[in-house]
Design a protein around this ligand. Structure first.
Ligand code: SF4
Length: 433
């Protein structure tokens, strides 16, 4: 979501005649788009602001802004703690950047963290066209909901992003059409609880059906669905909609029912296995990724082992795993029995080592198979090689490929590494371009 917001900020700023620079020393404006999902990310913001102090002394014209979730949460406190900051803006306010910058250039300090009214979010559509800026590549994000109503006990998102609001389907389709005409081949729909989307009587599956019909949209993905809202109709969509890639992210968080209850996740392991089965029964080749938290307050060794059992049984293709990090204002931060950092690290290491082996085994099983790859660009180290992703979201290096970004290519997998695949193009000309 932050990447998506950053793209939007770049769009807005380009229209104000700003251009990106690779060097901080050359910049007239630096914006930190912040994340507060874990304590480490939040601390990084203040240490980065500390580092920027030198730049500001060297260039008094430099303006520094802080946006995103930390800005939403901390507001004015950021400017009190880091006096080199000129402006702070919340998660709803990035389109007000031109107005803010105008005032900042006159020497004012600005703090805007006001939430937009529900109706404004529902009707929201950027009032510029992507063609003007040509920033977008072959893959793009598209936010369809904002905020979350779930209040998982460990999560700060409902505080920083507000209640869940679904954008109107017509606005989403218009934005998708603009992306496609600017060259986007793959769209990933975004939402904190993306599959609970509902607006104007259109639910998530119907929205997917409408997007699937768009000409020249080759691939569709979404992130992150909540397991409680994953049902048979959605798993049918993976079979029925040609553009919907055979890949799903289904956040598990813990393999213990007691911990899931304490996390306020509203499913059990039994129902989670059922949901995985819904997809795998229809599409055995579908890849499934997940999020896991280790060392949640009160997690016993036995409960951690339940998570490990789920990892071994389900054999996820990719996991995003985190050591529990207490976030102020969340229920779990108040729970007793917090684990030590050493214990969390020990459990995390066990999880990572197990998962590494599973991924390598799964990657090796793909050697010899034929896959469709969407080429994203040149390999950054290897000559005469391009990189892209399969429909299952595996990163692939394609050797001797004369193709360019945006081509869809059939390849034969020739090698497997722990985190990626190698392939030869079956034909040097793309199947679709
Ligand atoms: S569903 Fe996701 S975003 Fe919403 S509260 Fe839970 S973890 Fe946070």
């Amino acid at each position: 979501m932050n990447e998506y917001d950053t793209e939007k900020m770049l769009e807005v700023l380009r229209l104000e005649n700003y251009a990106l620079t690779e060097s901080q020393a050359e910049a007239d404006l630096i914006i930190l788009n912040t994340c507060s999902i874990r304590e480490k990310a939040e601390n990084k913001v203040y240490s980065e602001l500390g580092r920027l102090r030198k730049l500001k002394s060297a260039n008094p014209n430099l303006k520094i802004g802080v946006g995103g979730c930390v800005a939403q949460q901390e507001g004015e406190a950021i400017i009190r703690r880091a006096t080199n900051v000129d402006f702070v803006f919340g998660t709803d306010n990035l389109f007000e950047l031109p107005k803010m910058l105008n005032k900042v250039q006159k020497g004012e300090k600005i703090i805007i963290t006001k939430r937009h009214a529900r109706q404004k979010v529902r009707n929201f559509i950027p009032d510029y066209t992507f063609q003007q800026t040509q920033r977008f590549g072959v893959k793009a994000h598209l936010a369809i909901t904002k905020g979350c109503n779930n209040h998982c006990s460990f999560c700060v998102v409902p505080t920083t992003r507000g209640v869940e609001v679904s954008r109107e389907p017509e606005n989403i389709i218009t934005e998708a059409r603009r992306l496609i005409s600017a060259g986007t081949r793959e769209i990933c729909l975004l939402g904190q609880n993306v599959n609970s989307y509902k607006a104007n009587g259109v639910d998530f599956v119907e929205l997917l059906q409408r997007l699937d019909k768009l000409e020249n949209l080759k691939r569709l993905r979404f992130i992150s669905p909540h397991p409680k809202d994953f049902h048979a109709e959605l798993s049918d969509a993976f079979v029925n909609l040609p553009s919907l890639c055979e890949q799903m992210h289904l956040p598990l968080q813990s393999g213990s029912d007691r911990i899931l209850r304490r996390m306020r996740r509203w499913y059990t392991m039994e129902t989670f296995y059922e949901k995985v089965g819904l997809l795998r029964d229809r599409l055995p080749e579908a890849t499934i990724s997940t999020d896991l938290i280790v060392g949640f307050p009160g997690e016993t060794e036995e409960e951690f082992e339940m998570t490990m059992e789920a990892v071994r049984k389900i054999r996820f293709d990719l996991i995003y795993s985190f050591k529990y990090s207490a976030r102020p204002g969340t229920r779990a931060a108040e729970y007793p029995e917090h684990l030590t950092e050493d214990e969390k690290s020990r459990r995390h290491k066990i999880l990572l080592e197990t998962q590494e082996k599973i991924v390598l085994e799964k990657n090796l099983a793909l050697v010899g198979s034929t896959q469709e790859v969407l080429i994203e660009g040149k390999h950054h180290r290897k000559n005469n090689t391009t990189t892209g992703r399969t429909r299952g979201y595996h990163p692939v290096a394609v050797k001797n490929s004369k193709t360019k970004a945006g081509d869809l290519l059939m390849v034969r997998i020739t090698g497997a590494l722990p985190n990626s695949l190698e392939a030869d193009a079956i034909s040097t000309s793309p199947v679709i371009n």
